[in-house]
Design a protein around this ligand. Structure first.
Ligand code: FES
Ligand SMILES: [Fe+2]
Length: 458
């Protein structure tokens, strides 16, 4: 089924006004092909962290949609992102995951490209090409727009896409909960060495919508909670920090981003944490005090999982990480996960967190294994000719969000649904698919960048 008109998308496949989304959106090969062009070739995508390429010549091979890209730092320390495909016959120019190099030499016929993308070496240039090849025209293809936001590197293939900060809009406040230092200083974040990568047999949108705010699936993690490493486990920083908090679901339906979080009361005290581990206890107390001193209102925000449209998800606290859901066919997703830590955190804290993160997240992490079971089986049970006739239900909390949320003098941007009593809602997922349908339908950024006034409604 090829989606050809707005009516087809919004009327049949994505009907967020009634909370209905066709399974074709997840299992149709035609729709998958179309979203490579309409979504992944136009949206801003997360491709890496500057801490992965600190020195000239450093590179990290990343991915934008299905395309392999080389994120690298040239000899002048300028950061670039290039399509990882040789201009001669398309060979993957760099087949390593990361490293340092003066040039990328294509393994097929030996063309070499400098770290600024220029074609600098061509075998038999004199004899076979008679020196007539114009090397200046055959450098690597560079992404037209790239942006370093607090160490995170974002890129888009679309020259006409709005600047990254405009793309993020008011969601910046929530993304900052991930990117800013925990202690409120300007020291920034770094990533632990290595990126976890693994394949999941389900469509990329299952994890993207789960991370945008699926509070409802907590039943899936009951066993993890029982063994004590889950959100209610002992030894966790947030064991009692959410006392008295409101639970908020935040959606930006005009942009597609969303997150869930807890909002501490205005008079909340700094909770104790890690009391059995003095270095950690001291460090986290220091972070909380500094952050509260800097901005007592923003300190009240305890960020939870979120998704930046389309396929970058994150957890701002523990395990503090970024996940990118790379599409690898309609039935498969390649997950990449980076783990972040404050650059200035003591080594003991970094070590503790690294172990905790691996235990919790990724293919060996107990929590993520639960999630993957759900995505895998939901996907495969939706592929049959009978199953795909029936829409999924996204009605929960429809129409209960408010665009002008205020609590104890703190005004928050976005469409906010207070799910403290309700326990869960699907507002954020509806916002994600509303935006997805717009991308699938719109011809260009001239249409896509017409943000509606704030987050007025779902
Ligand atoms: S494909 Fe790269 S040199 Fe021929
Ligand atoms: Fe989960």
């Amino acid at each position: 089924m090829v989606v050809t008109s707005r009516d087809e998308v919004t009327g049949k496949l994505v009907d967020v006004d009634h909370g209905l989304i066709s399974r074709e959106v997840f299992v149709s090969g035609d729709i998958y092909q179309q979203e490579q062009e309409q979504v992944f070739a136009r949206a801003w995508l997360f491709i890496g962290h500057e801490a992965q390429i600190p020195k000239p010549g450093d590179y990290f091979v990343s991915s934008m949609g299905e395309e392999s890209v080389i994120l690298c730092r040239d000899r002048e320390s300028e950061v670039h992102a290039f399509l990882n495909s040789c201009m001669h016959r398309g060979m993957k120019v760099c087949r390593y995951d990361e490293g340092n190099t003066p040039v990328f030499t294509c393994p097929y016929h030996g063309w070499s490209f400098a770290t600024d993308g220029k074609l600098v070496g061509v075998p038999y240039f004199k004899d076979a090409y008679h020196q007539e090849l114009d090397k200046s025209k055959w450098g690597l293809i560079e992404v037209p727009q790239m942006y370093n936001y607090k160490g995170g590197i974002w890129a888009t293939w679309d020259k006409s896409a709005p600047p990254f900060l405009d793309y993020i809009g008011g969601f910046k406040l929530y993304l900052d909960l991930l990117m800013d230092s925990w202690d409120g200083s300007d020291s920034g974040t770094e990533v632990f060495g290595g990126v976890e990568k693994w394949l999941v047999p389900s469509n990329w949108k299952f994890p993207a919508e789960n991370f945008i705010g699926d509070r409802y699936h907590n039943i899936s993690h009951r066993s993890v909670d029982m063994v004590g490493i889950g959100p209610s486990g002992t030894g966790r920083r947030d064991t009692n920090e959410r006392a008295g908090s409101r639970l908020l679901d935040v959606s930006f339906p005009e942009r597609g981003h969303g997150t869930v979080m807890a909002l501490r009361p205005g008079d909340a005290a700094i909770p104790n944490a890690y009391q059995d581990l003095p270095i950690l206890a001291e460090y986290f107390r220091h972070c909380e005090e500094e952050k509260k001193r800097k901005d007592a209102q923003l300190w009240r925000l305890l960020g939870g999982p979120g998704t930046v449209f389309p396929n970058m998800s994150y957890l701002p606290r523990q395990p503090r990480s970024i996940a990118v859901w790379h599409p690898r066919g309609v039935n498969q997703t390649e997950v990449w996960r980076w783990f972040l830590v404050d650059t200035k955190a003591p080594q003991e804290v970094k070590d503790y967190l690294r172990h905790y993160y691996i235990r919790y997240s990724g293919p060996g992490g107990l929590t993520e294994q639960d999630d993957m079971e759900n995505w895998n089986y939901a996907h495969s049970a939706s592929r049959g000719v009978i199953a795909r006739r029936y829409a999924y239900n996204y009605e929960m909390g429809l129409g209960y969000g408010t665009p002008n949320y205020e609590n104890d003098g703190l005004k928050l941007p976005g469409l906010i649904l207070d799910s403290t009593e309700a326990k869960a809602a699907e507002q954020n997922q509806r916002g994600f698919y509303r935006r997805w349908a717009e991308f699938m339908d719109a011809e260009d950024w001239g249409i896509l960048a017409n943000w509606r006034n704030g987050s007025g409604h779902e």
